[in-house]
Design a protein around this ligand. Structure first.
Ligand code: BES
Ligand code: ZN
Ligand code: MN
Length: 530
């Protein structure tokens, strides 16, 4: 008997586009593909996707499919000299009972969830244009059900499309035909995918939608409303929004000061998720949410300034991550804190040389209004420690051009004084496909924070300290004694310029999968403790 299990129902529940609060304009996102699982290959008119090992070898179910085609697939591999190198693809037509066969190289072997997601994304892309459903053989592995679910997540990550502003929804929202992954225990694969995969996909999708939205729409107020809306009905979550008056009343002069040049005032948003033990301290994810960064009075050059609509990617990642944790019912307490402000030049904007008083009482000489991210994070980080006493605090921010120059577009910078934490994050980043590279904060860099007229200054003059490390050192001034702390600079990784199988061009949602993985490892560790 052929068992299939479909996830269309859940899809419908998670199908959210960039709904625009207070605006009729909207992009039209493509609908998500229906994903299912089955235990055998069925004769069908749609494409069959097979993994090919390095050297052009077919294994397991792929080998069986070749036998059903009288060896014609292996013969075509040989004639085409198809190597099976990772990511290489070859399309065949009319082989045995299969009208279309798509071969995807996987190299020696798939080593990780990241490889499987990439395989799934390529399978999704390669089969998406066919009008009839595709079937996908998953590379041979120890845990086929889990692997099939990871490959299916690859489809979700790779199919993301923000859509085009103003396009008629009907024209673009037509989903591709379904896609079925083969696993002996189809029901188990579906369960794994629905529990973990769809949750991860929804978190990444939410972050990408927020990041992609243009900044004329994306004010701090709009952002807060979107977060509130998205978490409506999500179990065990609470959203708190502080408006500009509450921000001022709490003494958050840093967040308020950065936002005061904009007609659209700042917001501080907290999303709490309580899936862990009651009373257990949460993990805090604190994100930079500059809804647009002109640089302020220290204005940026025009070229490429448009990209600063993604300067809220850290905030988007914190909200996306907590959404993922909540949807998969992770056994953890977590809180996302979004420091939302628009950095604009204006008659009311702060000037270079102004001094702001942060919530902690520490004063900041703002020598460059374009180094605004660290300033808003100071208040958000202090606030979450006062309010939630987290057992770990993480800041995530598109903070510096310096980190892009140092590490390029594929690695985020990691800063912490805690070696064990650094190792945990680096390992989780590797597993999640969101890799990190640790950078130092030297005592000389901390020394460079000294201001002539305030407690600290937000930049050095003449680049006398390393830029990304100086930003990290600045934020660390607001870490309370005893709070384990990590800072991530994602200026290079938040936006994908060319497009990869699981990260289409544009907003990456970097951080969502990393934070999910960090928590997953934390859950596994605490399950082992007596
Ligand atoms: N948002 C930028 C950093 C950035 C640069 C993000 C490139 C993504 C891509 C940040 O607010 C900024 O302007 N940083 C300045 C700091 C400088 C004035 C010390 C920078 O890196 O140039
Ligand atoms: Zn910025
Ligand atoms: Mn800036």
């Amino acid at each position: 008997m052929v068992r299939t299990a479909s996830t269309t129902l859940l899809c419908a529940a998670l199908l959210i586009g960039p709904s625009i609060v207070g605006s009729t304009a909207a992009a039209a996102p493509a609908a998500q593909r229906s994903i299912s699982f089955a235990d055998t290959v069925r004769p069908a008119s749609g494409p069959l996707v097979l993994p090919v090992v390095k050297g052009g070898l077919l294994n397991g179910l792929a080998k069986e499919a070749d036998a059903a085609a009288g060896g014609a697939i292996a013969e075509a591999i040989r004639l085409a000299k198809f190597s099976g190198d990772p990511g290489k693809t070859l399309a065949l037509y009319g082989k045995g009972p299969y009208p279309s066969v798509l071969l995807i190289g996987i190299g020696e072997t798939v080593k990780s969830a990241v490889d499987l997601r990439r395989y799934g994304a390529l399978a999704g892309k390669g089969s998406g244009a066919w009008p009839t459903p595709a079937q996908v053989v998953v590379p041979d592995a120890a845990d086929v059900e889990h692997d099939a679910a990871e490959a299916a997540l690859g489809v979700r990550l790779g199919e993301y499309d923000f859509g085009r502003w103003g396009a008629a929804p009907a024209a673009e929202a037509k989903p591709a035909a379904g896609i079925t992954f083969l696993a002996p225990d189809a029901a188990a694969a579906l369960t794994a995918f629905q529990r973990d995969g769809e949750a991860a996909a929804a978190g990444v999708r939410f972050a990408r939608d927020l990041i992609s939205t243009p900044s004329n729409i994306k004010s701090p107020e709009w952002f807060a409303a979107e977060v509130r809306q998205r978490f409506k009905g999500v179990a065990k979550t609470t959203v708190t929004v502080l408006d500009e008056r509450q921000i001022q009343a709490l003494g958050m002069g840093a967040l308020y000061g950065i936002g005061q040049g904009s007609t659209r005032p700042p917001r501080l948003v907290a999303v709490e998720y309580r899936g862990g033990e009651p009373g257990e301290a949460p993990i805090a994810f604190v994100g930079k949410g500059i809804t647009f960064d002109t640089g302020g009075i220290s204005i940026k050059p025009a070229d490429g300034m448009w990209r600063m609509r993604s300067d809220m990617s850290g905030a988007a990642a914190t909200a996306g991550a907590v959404l993922t944790l909540a949807l998969r019912e992770a056994k953890v307490n977590a809180v996302a804190v979004l420091a939302l402000a628009e950095n604009m030049p204006d008659g009311n904007a702060i000037r270079p040389g102004d001094v702001l008083t942060s919530m902690s009482g520490k004063t900041i000489e703002v020598l460059n209004t374009d180094a605004e991210g660290r300033v808003v994070l100071a208040d958000a980080l202090w606030w979450v420690q006062e309010k939630h006493s987290p057992r770990l605090a993480v800041t995530i921010a598109t903070l510096t051009g310096a980190v892009v120059r140092a590490l390029g577009p594929d690695l985020a910078g990691l800063f912490t004084s805690d070696d064990a934490l650094a190792a945990r994050f680096i390992a989780a980043g590797e597993a999640a496909g969101e890799p990190l590279w640790r950078l130092p904060v030297t005592t000389a860099t901390v020394e460079a924070l000294k201001s002539d007229i305030a407690d600290v200054r937000n930049v050095t003059e003449g680049g006398s300290a390393p830029g990304a490390s100086f930003g990290a050192a600045f934020i660390m001034e607001w870490v309370q004694p005893g709070t384990p702390f990590v800072h991530l600079d994602i200026a290079g990784t938040a936006w994908e310029n060319s497009g990869r199988p699981t990260e289409p061009k544009g907003a990456v949602g970097y951080g969502v999968r990393l934070f999910d993985e960090v928590v997953r490892r934390d859950e596994a560790a605490s399950a082992q403790r007596p």
